[in-house]
Design a protein around this ligand. Structure first.
Ligand code: NAD
Length: 416
């Protein structure tokens, strides 16, 4: 049995990597090189708070692998962000960008902070200082940040401005910006749209009729709320959603547009009149057809995995299922669509944003959504075909495709 309690999130992601690398027959040297980050930076971020005191935060930027192009990865603001988590998320970006075949490597950033505790002025100052501390590592052809948990388009506008003060106007230095600042139409909804697109294809292959299918979504932030909204619009019954403080449940289906209005007005989903209160653990174990974890890492563990009733899980969050839970669920016949595929829509449209910035040309939203669909479906079917042909899980198939592409780029570069 795996001793997952002793493993960091990075170790856990590397268990999936090891299985893929061994099946691909990679030699030990290449395995080590692909597994470890190429570069890591930890920085101090002193911030003058609104009350005049100075608070010092810790930030990270990890560049995991740049063999296929500039490093690409989000920036997370979360109290639990640490180097091991950022490493794990950076490595997932490497395999994700390779799987969807866009010309980027993988990176991630993080700041140990609870963004809900800071005012907009404090967040602005923190973001500028963080950017100054990592500016020598980032840039349009080096490493391109984007939003992740706890950050948003406004954060990206601050990064772009702070970077631009040092390097000149550089919209391609960051993606997920506001549209008025050179952001792409369709970027905000892209990750959730990718989740909904993968669900549509996977449901066809699993013989699951999505009309009225019961879906539970953990997390109602950027990814969860867009995924829920698009699945609702296509006829699914969203029976439960949750945020950090708890959730709401309605077996007849929640009215998602009204719930979005409620969240905008109150800052959360708890207390919404169109359903009953539910805890996060009750949501995970609810009687649904499809479960969509769209919040935090390690939400599904060996303990709660045994109580999960969904027949399909779409990993909208990064690493929401521990390796041991993955084994329990797979043995129980649950179909798992992995994070590196399911939530890749965000980085795909980030790629479109970067290309639009470089060409100084704007695409309309229809084109963005069509290109996103093409890319997501191609990746889904590559994963599915490999999984069926090799009799391996979707996750293993996805990792194998990603790892194989990165290994090939390393060999072609000829630096080892
Ligand atoms: P967000 O900050 O917009 O929303 C996070 C949501 O999760 C909120 O509803 C919050 O209340 C909830 N949450 C936080 N902690 C929780 C907890 N302990 N229990 C239950 N719910 C909790 O973040 P996001 O951008 O939607 O990111 C969510 C996940 O998707 C993360 O794993 C992130 O890495 C991944 N992801 C995001 C993007 C993107 O484009 N934003 C792209 C790919 C992957």
């Amino acid at each position: 049995m795996l001793q997952t309690l002793e493993l960091s999130t990075f170790d856990e992601v590397n268990l999936f990597f090891d299985t893929a690398a061994d099946r691909l027959g990679l030699n030990d040297g290449l395995k080590q090189m692909l597994k470890r980050p190429w570069r890591e930076l930890q920085v101090q971020i002193p911030v003058r708070m609104d009350d005049g005191q100075i608070e010092v935060f810790t930030g990270f930027r990890v560049q995991h692998n740049g063999a296929r192009g500039p490093y690409k990865g989000g920036v997370r603001y979360h109290p639990d962000a640490d180097l091991e988590e950022v490493r794990a998320l950076a490595s997932l970006m490497t395999w994700k960008t390779a799987l969807v075949d866009i010309p980027f490597g993988g990176s991630k950033g993080g700041v140990q902070v609870d963004p809900l505790r800071l005012s907009q002025g404090e967040l602005n100052r923190l973001t500028r200082r963080y950017t100054q501390q990592i500016e020598h590592l980032i840039g349009p052809n080096r490493d391109i940040p984007a939003p992740d948990m706890g950050t948003n388009a406004q954060t990206m506008a601050w990064i772009m401005d702070a970077y631009g003060q040092l390097h000149g106007h550089s919209p391609a230095a960051v993606t997920g910006k506001p549209v008025e600042m050179g952001g792409s139409l369709g970027r905000e909804s892209a990750t959730g749209r990718g989740v909904a697109l993968v669900l549509e294809e996977a449901a066809k292959d699993a013989g699951l009729d999505l009309q009225g299918a019961k879906i539970a979504v953990q997390g109602f932030g950027n990814v969860g709320s867009w995924a829920a909204r698009l699945m609702y619009d296509s006829g699914c019954r969203i029976i439960a959603v949750s945020g950090i403080d708890g959730g709401v449940f309605n077996l007849d289906g929640l009215d998602i547009p009204k719930l979005q209005d409620y969240q905008r007005a109150t800052g959360g989903v708890v207390g919404f009149g169109g359903g009953d209160g539910i805890s996060n653990s009750e949501l995970l174990e609810s009687d649904c057809d499809v479960l969509v974890p769209a919040a935090i890492d390690n939400a599904i563990t060996a303990e709660n995995a045994r109580h999960i009733k969904a027949r399909m899980i779409l990993e909208a969050a990064n690493h929401p299922i521990t390796p041991e839970a993955d084994r329990v669920l797979s043995e129980g016949g649950v179909t798992i669509l992995p994070d590196v595929l399911v939530n890749a829509g965000g980085v795909v449209v980030s790629y479109f944003e970067w290309t639009q910035n470089i060409q100084e040309f704007h695409w309309d939203e229809i084109r963005v959504n069509e290109e996103l669909k093409k890319t997501m479906l191609r990746a889904y079917h590559e994963v599915r075909t490999r999984s069926v042909n090799a009799q391996i899980s979707n996750r293993q198939a996805a990792f194998e495709i990603g790892v194989q592409r990165v290994a090939r780029a390393v060999e072609l570069r000829g630096f080892v």
